[in-house]
Design a protein around this ligand. Structure first.
Ligand code: IDP
Ligand code: MG
Length: 135
């Protein structure tokens, strides 16, 4: 059993497609091990995306990710990390394969509807980021 962190980003929350995305997650066979809605501050978004701090899109990305509520989930499954990345599709919705969530619901390379961890160590770090602190 593996865990990954999934986020429904502010663009998708605003589009009222939380339900469609969660339905897809369950249809794909993931177990949802944790789920909550929250609104990141700019500082929290900067901390979450600190790995991208030197990228040209860091300021814009962290503005976007702190622009509205998000839904944060822990997904569980045998190969949850790679499976969730396949279901999401490529970062850029313009090149994501048909049938992937980013192809279906993404608006731009930045506003691409969903997030997923990219490795076991990243997944652990990201899950701790959202779930270590007490509610
Ligand atoms: P990933 O989400 O597919 O793992 P990353 O390269 O880790 O992609 O980038 C994190 C997030 O930063 C992306 O999901 C997207 O929202 C945003 N992003 C990535 N590349 C660009 C870009 O070139 N311009 C604007 N935003 C970007
Ligand atoms: Mg990434």
């Amino acid at each position: 059993m593996e865990q990954t962190l999934a986020i429904i980003k502010p663009d998708a929350v605003k589009k009222r497609i939380i339900g469609k995305i969660i339905q897809r997650i369950e249809d794909e066979g993931f177990t949802i091990g944790g789920l909550k809605m929250l609104h990141l501050s700019k500082e929290e978004a900067r901390e979450f995306y600190t790995v991208h701090k030197d990228k040209h899109f860091y300021e814009s990305l962290t503005d976007f990710m702190s622009s509205g509520k998000i839904v944060v989930m822990v997904l569980e499954g045998e190969k949850a990390i790679s499976q969730w990345r396949e279901v999401m599709g490529s970062t850029d919705p313009a090149i994501a394969k048909p049938g992937t969530l980013r192809h279906q619901y993404g608006f731009s390379v930045e506003r691409n509807a969903v997030h997923g961890s990219d490795s076991p160590s990243t997944a652990q770090w990201e899950i701790n980021f959202f779930y270590k602190k007490q509610e």
